[in-house]
Design a binder for this molecule. Structure first.
Ligand SMILES: Cc1cc2nc3c(=O)[nH]c(=O)nc-3n(C[C@H](O)[C@H](O)[C@H](O)COP(=O)(O)OP(=O)(O)OC[C@H]3O[C@@H](n4cnc5c(N)ncnc54)[C@H](O)[C@@H]3O)c2cc1C
Length: 614
């Protein structure tokens, strides 16, 4: 079979195309059906929605639940909390919109069969912390996926979406997407009136702590490959806060979560000498960020900061004191169950390293940086806000529509709204879908047109790495090395090294500056040139190639944003060595970027932060 001649092209028409069937994508698919009873709703996923995305392995807590039915918290409280944690910078309109809807989403999960723990005394959901409720969540994702499956007209699993398609009849309007089946190699052309992107965040753009055979062992899912950012960036959608990468304090080597330990088991940390250390860094941190260190709770990045400084001062390792809590059999059970429900690997690591937390206080570590918009950071696309509460400057169209017409997003995709987590991402998917259905209905006859030339050109580009490999492998000089192509793994390691050394990864103690960032951009540009010479041995490697393309574009965005913001807003996430202090006078604002795919240039600008909640 010739490379292009015999390949099957599958055309799929949809009213609404949902890209990525994770938490946000399942929420979007479910809600699209509710408002669009007669519409064709298609969800496309590169894995299988049954067990895909960051929640694939299950969770032990739902981290965003107000508890309004019991008067526990109000949406305004959550906005204040997220704003505080993000050192002042969040899209309060978007955050408020999620917070006011998220409880209803959690109630649906329970109705669909998710076991939520209850406090035996009050009958309320068992709280792990102020915002978290505890679940038996091993089957969280299959439960959520079932709702999406029943709502969708069609679900396409195993299709990696590589590019969005633009309308031929109207500029700056989306018209669909293309991708390929990672098992059969068929080329897919999706023609859609509206597209909702819910393709998760980005791991593996910075070099991970575990390398070689262990490189898949990262905190964030290794399959989260930045498509949520690259797909909109490629078509010129504006992005925001891409510098706001996340660094997590987690149990060492297995990246087991610490939330239940701190909040529910009341464990605490100490340095290698068995001393409390956070308070030692108070004055130092106050000099950098001023009053933000006095806020309650202390922002996540600042707690990382004390950890990083204490370790740099030579007083590591930092340990979690579990020995006391684990004397209580109930707490011991919760401690282990916490991992068995969501991070089994941590239990295995402890077993393999002879760590019984009842007798040994386990080590913690800070992770390499990741990019995501739904956890304790808020990188992502710049989206239009809800019409009843978004300031005029944040409203140019339908709720959650990006700066490209008809292109919506939710979950990790949308920027400015940290702390939405699994439930908030699903709720945001629902919000985006409701608006997308309205958009489709308002379109009337003015429907987007997909151009044949555009998708045929993309088809050539998408499958070219298979051809590069087929031809180039005859020139292999040693092992897997060929002078005429680059393998995805080689490209990935090169990307991770650049980001690590120049953009503030682990080996640089998260520090960078304008000189390093400029050089990083030069090296990224060279890698980009070489991407034309990728070689893919099979369809799996072809997927890896396109994941690398997406990671590279997101990395460029992160680097430009980091260069643009001339301050250190989030010590503990990263440091601008040439601007070590937080600068509220000049940088109490969002950073926005727009990529021009014709010139390859990035435009940067500031956008105001409006505080709509007191
Ligand atoms: C390690 C970890 C622990 C967490 N713990 C908790 C917790 O305890 N409680 C909590 O509430 N939340 C938790 N979260 C947060 C929660 O998982 C996320 O907020 C949520 O999954 C984000 O939803 P999403 O739909 O944006 O991304 P995801 O759920 O990750 O879904 C993205 C989907 O897009 C698909 N996809 C990606 N690229 C493509 C492409 N090119 N083409 C087609 N499909 C594609 C992926 O396969 C995936 O199915 C945790 C997250 C992580 C990473």
């Amino acid at each position: 079979m010739g490379l292009f001649g015999g390949r099957k092209t599958v055309f799929v028409d949809a009213d609404i195309l949902v890209i990525g069937g994770g938490m946000a994508g399942c929420g979007a698919t479910y809600e699209s059906r509710y408002w669009g009873r007669d519409l064709k709703i298609v969800c496309v996923e590169k894995a299988n929605i049954e067990r895909s995305g960051a929640v694939a392995q299950g969770l032990y807590a739902i981290n965003c639940y107000m508890g309004m039915q019991w008067g526990e918290n109000q949406p305004e409280d959550h906005v204040r909390y997220a704003r505080n944690d993000l050192m002042g910078l969040v899209r309060e309109d978007l955050g408020y919109d999620i917070a006011r809807h998220v409880d209803a989403t959690v109630h649906k999960f329970e109705e669909w069969g998710l076991p939520i723990m209850r406090d035996p005394k009050t009958g309320r959901y068992q709280r792990e912390g102020k915002w978290q409720i505890m679940i038996h969540g091993e089957s969280y994702k299959p439960i959520v996926a079932e709702a999406a499956r029943k709502a969708a007209t069609e679900i396409y699993n195993r299709i990696m979406v590589t590019h969005l398609l633009m309308d031929q009849s109207k500029v700056n309007r989306v018209a669909g997407a293309v991708g390929f089946n990672v098992r059969t190699g068929d080329f897919y052309v999706f023609r859609a009136k509206a597209v909702i992107v819910g393709a998760g965040g980005a791991s593996h753009i910075f070099k991970p702590r575990a390398v070689g055979e262990g490189m898949g062992r990262t905190w964030y899912a290794p399959w989260s490959s930045a498509s949520a950012y690259a797909l909109p960036i490629q078509v010129g959608a504006k992005m925001t806060q891409m510098e706001n990468r996340i660094v997590l304090t987690r149990f060492k080597d297995g990246y087991g979560p610490v939330g239940a330990y701190f909040l529910h088991l009341k464990t605490y940390t100490q340095n290698g000498y068995g001393e409390e250390y956070e308070s030692k860094w108070y004055n130092h941190t106050k000099e950098l960020v001023g009053d933000y260190i006095d806020r309650h709770p202390v922002p996540t990045c600042l707690r990382n900061h004390a950890f990083i400084e204490e370790t740099k001062a030579g007083r590591g390792p930092i340990r979690m004191v579990t020995k006391e809590a684990f004397q209580d059999p109930h707490k011991e059970t919760v401690g282990w169950e916490n991992f068995l429900g969501m991070t089994i690997g941590q239990a295995v690591v402890w077993a393999s390293q002879n760590i019984d937390p009842k007798h040994i206080n386990p080590e913690l570590t800070t992770s390499e940086p990741y990019v995501m918009g739904s956890h304790a950071t808020c990188s992502g696309a710049w989206a239009s806000g809800p019409e009843d509460c978004a300031p005029a400057e944040y409203q140019w169209g339908y709720n959650r529509m990006m700066t490209v017409d008809g292109l919506f997003g939710a979950g990790d995709t949308i920027g400015g709204t940290a702390h939405k987590f699994s439930s908030g991402s699903f709720a945001e998917g629902r919000i985006a879908a409701k608006a997308a259905v309205k958009y489709v209905k308002d379109l009337g006859k003015a429907q987007p047109q997909v151009g044949e030339q555009e998708y045929r050109d993309l088809e050539k580009v998408i499958f070219q790495p298979l051809e590069n490999y087929r031809v180039g492998r005859n020139e292999i000089v040693a092992g897997t090395v060929s002078p005429s192509y680059l393998l995805p793994m080689h490209g990935l390691q090169r990307l991770e090294k650049i980001m690590d050394e120049y953009v503030g990864g682990i080996s640089a103690n998260y520090v960078t500056n304008s000189m390093l960032l400029d050089r990083g951009l030069e090296l990224l540009a060279m890698l980009k040139e070489d991407m034309n010479h990728m070689g893919a041995e099979d369809l799996h490697q072809l997927q890896r190639t396109w994941e690398l393309h997406h990671r590279l574009l997101a990395s460029e965005s992160v680097t430009h944003h980091t260069l643009f913001r001339k301050e250190t807003r989030w010590p503990g996430y990263y440091y601008r060595g040439d601007h070590m202090k937080l600068d509220d006078q000049n940088w109490h604002c969002f950073t926005l970027s727009r990529y021009d795919r014709n010139t390859g240039k990035w435009e940067m600008q500031k956008a105001p932060v409006y505080h709509i909640i007191d």
